[in-house]
Structures are given as C-alpha cells and as structure tokens.
Write a protein that binds this ligand. Structure first.
Ligand SMILES: Nc1ncnc2c1ncn2[C@@H]1O[C@H](COP(=O)(O)OP(=O)(O)O)[C@@H](O)[C@H]1O
Ligand SMILES: [Mg+2]
Length: 300
C-alpha cells in the first residue's frame, strides 16, 4: 500500500483501540483542555445548527485541535484515544503517508484525505504535522518549494470546508504559520509527566502479570521518584530492557527488582545524553524548508 509507484490514494480507516479515559495518562490541565474540546464537539450541532450560529460563523463548523509537546508524551496515542472517546473511526496520516502518497500530487491527495474522512465520519489525524503547518514560503525558489506552498494552501482551504474533527500533532509548534494557528480551536499542550503522572504511567506499565521481588506500591513510588524528566515512551523503553534483564539473570524464579529498573533508567538517560541531540534537533530543524523536503521525500 505504500508502493512509491502507485500514488493513488488509499487511506486506512481505523477503529480506535482505546479512549482518553482508559488509555492515556494526562496532567490535570491537559485533561481539562480535552474535556472542554469534547464538550464543544458534543454541543456543536446545538450551537451551529439548532441555534443557527453557523449562519454567522460558517467556518466555525469544524473542530481543529493541535496537540503539541515533547516527543514520547502520548500525543499520537491521545489522538487515537480521542477518536475512541468520541466513538468515531480515525484516519492516521503520518510521515510515511506523506512521503509515499503526497509527492507530486500533494494538493490533490490532501483534498482526497478530507473527502474520505467526511464520507466515513472519521476523525482526521495529521501526525508529526510541523512541516504541513509551517509558514508558507514567501521567497519561493520554484519547484519543490512551490509544492510545499501548494500543499499548505490546499490544507487551508480544506480546513475551512471540512465539518468534522481534525487533529494535528507536533513536537514543535513554534513555526506554525499564523494562518493555521488562528484556525486551530484548541491548542493542547503535552508536558513531560509530573510525579503523579509518572506514578500512573508506572502503574499502567508494570502490568499485573509481572512478578515483582518487592512490594508493588513502594516499588512504583521509587520508580516515579527516580524517573523525573523521562517521557511515557521512555518509561516503556526502560521496562523493555528491565524485563529481559530479570529473566536472563535467573531462569528459576524470575523476579523484577528495583536494580533491573534503575539500571535501565540510567541507560535511557545516558542514551539521551550521548546519542545525538534528539530533543534539540527537533526544535531547530522542524518547520524548515529542508525538513519539509526531507519529509516529502524531496531531499536534494
Ligand atoms: N501520557 C501517556 N499516557 C499513556 N501512555 C503513554 C503516555 N505517553 C507515552 N505513553 C506511551 O508511550 C508510547 C509512545 O507515545 P506517543 O503517543 O507515540 O508519544 P508522542 O506522539 O507524543 O511522541 C505510547 O504508545 C504509550 O505506550
Ligand atoms: Mg507521535
């Protein structure tokens, strides 16, 4: 389906596997923002159709959300879970869809995505949307940059027409074009998890089947206290290494101990410090023309 030679657009409509309530750990502020957005969506028909507000606010018929914050904090998961909470299907458009389907026929394919979402009543999710929503380029050097501009113009038009739910997610929102910013109704910030959130994340991820060598609650407290600065994804990564370690160590009666986890936490921290400048890269590169080219598979 991602065959580069077939640019015919086929989008996969998926059924969400979770909901915001069940599957995502959110800070109080983030949860409150979602609740507000969901409330607005639920009463949308009343306000725009029954009360007739749509007559004076025709472009307010859609619901555009932007989830932003550092990598690994649950934005992609939350977009799916939002569809689950709204009991809608969703269409995920990620970098691979952009690369394989949008090159050369970008504008047309963006329109097709919106049409398809409308016909399916599906939530339309643009993941890693920095490039899509970047400022339109004013000093166009012909060709490729034209394509990026065309894509952004089409996106603006389609957003105005669309009457459904669109969710953007990005690790870096600073470069968004103001034309997009003003059309997004809710900007929802994701932060690295605070202590109570980390506790919930550890609780979720230390699934009940894991044999623990120590008392569960105190182990979780310790994990939460020692994992400041780690994202939800990194906590998952920690356990991916900690569990095999426990199993390799003793095949008789394998048990997960604090040391298995603490050493894995150190490994993740070390990797963050040593392997590339992951977080920095994402803040300097995203939104640039070069990044846009790379994402579209047009890198020189
Ligand atoms: N807030 C969270 N609540 C629950 N799980 C999380 C959370 N943040 C991260 N995770 C875990 O990490 C994985 C990757 O998170 P993801 O949604 O891809 O982050 P992002 O899109 O912000 O980079 C998720 O599938 C989930 O297992
Ligand atoms: Mg993501």
């Amino acid at each position: 389906m991602t065959d580069r030679h077939h640019k015919q657009t086929t989008y996969e409509v998926r059924d969400p596997t979770t909901t915001l309530e069940k599957g995502v750990v959110l800070s109080l502020e983030t949860r409150r923002m979602f609740e507000e957005a969901i409330g607005a969506m639920r009463h949308h028909k009343t306000i725009y159709s029954d009360w007739g507000f749509g007559d004076v606010d025709p472009t307010g018929r859609n619901m555009i959300l932007n989830l932003y914050g550092p990598p690994g904090t649950g934005k992609t998961l939350a977009a799916e879970a939002l569809a689950g909470t709204l009991a809608r299907k969703y269409i995920h458009i990620g970098i691979s869809e952009l690369e394989s389907k949008f090159v050369g026929e970008t504008a047309k394919n963006i329109s097709a995505a919106f049409q398809f979402a409308a016909s399916e009543g599906a939530l339309l999710f643009f993941d890693e949307a920095d490039t899509l929503l970047g400022a339109r380029l004013s000093t166009v050097t012909q060709g490729i940059d034209n394509e990026i501009n065309a894509m952004r113009s089409t996106l603006l038009i389609e957003l105005e027409r669309f009457e459904g739910v669109v969710v953007f997610a990005t690790n870096f929102a600073k470069n968004y074009d103001s034309a997009f910013v003003s059309r997004i109704r809710y900007h929802i910030e994701f932060k690295l998890p605070d202590l109570p959130s980390r506790k919930l994340l550890w609780q979720r991820m230390l699934v009940p089947g894991v044999p623990l060598a120590e008392e569960r609650d105190s182990l979780i407290d310790r994990c939460a206290a020692e994992s400041e600065g780690l994202s939800g994804r990194e906590i998952r990564t920690v356990l991916r290494t900690a569990f095999p370690r426990a199993l390799v160590e003793s095949s008789e009666q394998p048990m997960v101990r604090w040391e298995h986890i603490s050493t894995a936490i150190s490994d993740v921290r070390m990797a963050n410090n040593n392997v590339g400048s992951r977080r920095q890269e994402q803040t300097t590169n995203a939104g640039s023309v070069e990044h846009a080219r790379q994402m579209l598979g047009l890198a020189k």
